[in-house]
Design a protein around this ligand. Structure first.
Ligand SMILES: *Cc1c(COP(=O)(O)O)cnc(C)c1O
Length: 497
């Protein structure tokens, strides 16, 4: 069966999976969603013995139906190879009474690698299928992790260029170093004078700029997106929830059909939406617990049904979740509105003009699978220190937000199931926050001394991604104001300003 995709803002037009991947964002500013979420055609028992790559094929073929078996398997095998430091790709680790699904074993040691190592392959395959002659320009806003993972994925990929915008003062030292030392003739990195929402809104505007699109097309370019709004990122993220469940089954941690709860540290709502799709696909998931940091706009939304971004933007120790406009939530809003593009349009227009919207009681009732929680900075630090003391395991700050929310959820719900925590970054990526959470004395150390100390304490090998940047040369130093993003893009592409 051929699965088609629709924009969340237009009921009439459908596109194929490869067209949706190529475009990233629909012309009307909406996000592409499958016209129905498919079901797995294999049982969890069948999946239990499968490798990550085999699981990826079983899941992706249900969504990307216009790719041939050969094309999909080629994409999968090119992505999930020895760029990952473990054959398991996404290993499960039992920490206390919860299971951490470690999604940070790829090239840039954050979970964005799970999708961004395959997106360039999906995109170049999609370009071929659709006879695209233009060079594809990947335009990306990042809160820190997407940028590096996208740069690593697209560096020197023929037929592509990539431009990444990051908030100058909104990322960790390691994150910034990872980006500004990126190699590859087709890569550009720009620090903007603003926060992540400014970067994301700016990039969205560039996508919607028809005049710019025409100018670029004249110069032989077209935009695509590596942000989590691209369906080519969302679907690869569904895979690891299926894989994790199958592994729990294989390891006899659960019995067939037993429901689990999933806790996801959330920013742009991509990762948790993938878990929701996994549930619809047939994975026995009971609750999807959405964990926020102090930018708890999603927690408030799940409590009240009001989404309100009119609030102070807080810089936290989990910067990849410092987000007030969670783009992927639009896909959920569309679904709970009964796949009603007009209703969704109305709410998104309100978000744009007033910074807030309120969903109906009927829509709210459809959110029963979700639960919101949040962690303060103190709670985040405490759970890192406590877990280290109790188990010796050191987790990163984003995962810690989820770990805190998980504890609180279990304490409040007697019917809580066995729990899977999406562990989204290596502690090495956020070593300062992690180490000072354990003991404030570490704050005196400089970045790489801290990293060596973290190695001593955890016994976990220092990842290649960190060793790489110790002495790497800075190759990108461009900065710009938010209002100059368009001019900057033209300058980089050498299109007449
Ligand atoms: C991006 C990111 C998140 C948030 O994921 P979303 O899909 O945007 O909700 C959480 N943790 C880390 C480490 C990330 O890089």
């Amino acid at each position: 069966m051929n699965l088609l995709y629709k924009s969340t803002r237009n009921a009439d037009k459908t596109v194929t999976a490869s067209e949706a991947i190529l475009k990233g964002l629909a012309d009307d500013g909406g996000l592409f969603v499958p016209t129905s979420v498919p079901k797995l055609d294999v049982t969890m028992k069948d999946l239990a013995g499968m490798s990550y790559q085999e699981t990826a094929y079983a899941v992706m073929k249900q969504f990307f139906t216009d790719f041939t078996e050969e094309e999909l398997k080629h994409c999968i095998d090119s992505a999930y190879d020895d760029k990952f430091d473990t054959e398991a790709i996404a290993p499960l680790v039992k920490v206390g009474d919860t299971y951490h699904l470690e999604l940070f074993h790829g090239a840039t040691i954050a979970f964005k690698d799970m999708a961004l190592s395959i997106l360039p392959h999906l995109l170049t395959t999609a370009a071929k299928k659709n006879n695209v002659k233009n060079e594809i320009v990947i335009l990306t806003a990042t809160s820190g992790d997407t940028g590096k993972a996208a740069l690593a994925g697209f560096a020197d990929v023929p037929g592509t260029k990539i431009i990444v915008f990051y908030p100058k003062n909104g990322v960790s030292k390691v994150q910034e170093l990872q980006m500004v030392t990126q190699k590859g003739d087709n890569t550009s990195v720009v620090a903007i004078h603003g926060n992540f929402d400014d970067a994301q809104t700016g990039v969205k505007k560039l996508f919607e700029d028809k005049e710019l699109a025409a100018e670029l097309s004249g110069a032989g370019y077209q935009f695509s997106s590596a942000n989590s709004i691209n369906i080519g990122r969302l679907v690869p993220q569904v895979v690891y929830y299926v894989y994790a469940y199958a592994k729990l089954l294989e390891n006899e941690e659960i019995t067939e059909g037993e429901q689990i709860d999933v806790v996801v540290p959330t920013g742009n709502f991509g990762n948790i939406l993938a878990a929701y799709y996994a549930k619809q696909l047939g994975v026995p998931i009971a609750k999807l617990v959405c964990a926020s940091n102090e930018n708890k706009v999603l927690f408030d939304f799940f409590q009240t049904g009001v989404y309100d971004r009119n609030r102070e933007f807080v810089l936290t120790s989990s910067p990849s979740m410092d987000i007030l406009i969670s783009s992927n939530l639009e896909r959920l809003i569309y679904l709970i509105a009964g796949a009603d593009a007009d209703k969704n349009n109305e709410l998104m227009a309100a978000l744009k003009s007033d910074g807030r919207y309120e969903i109906s009681e009927e829509m709210k009732a459809k959110l029963a699978d979700f639960e919101g929680g949040f962690a303060t900075e103190e709670e985040t630090a405490k759970v890192i220190a406590d877990t280290f003391k109790q188990t010796g395991y050191i987790m990163d700050t984003h995962t810690a937000v989820a770990a805190h929310v998980c504890k609180a959820y279990k304490a409040a719900h007697a019917d809580a199931k066995k729990t899977l925590i999406a562990s989204t970054a290596s502690p090495y990526k956020f070593s300062r926050s992690v180490m000072t959470a354990i003991d404030s004395k570490y704050n005196e150390l400089e970045e790489f001394a801290l990293i060596d100390e973290l190695h001593q304490l955890s016994g976990v090998e220092i990842p290649n991604a960190i060793e790489e940047i110790r002495n790497a040369e800075v190759r990108h130093s461009r900065e710009c104001d938010v209002s100059d993003m368009k001019a900057t893009v033209k300058e980089i592409l050498k299109v007449e300003v």
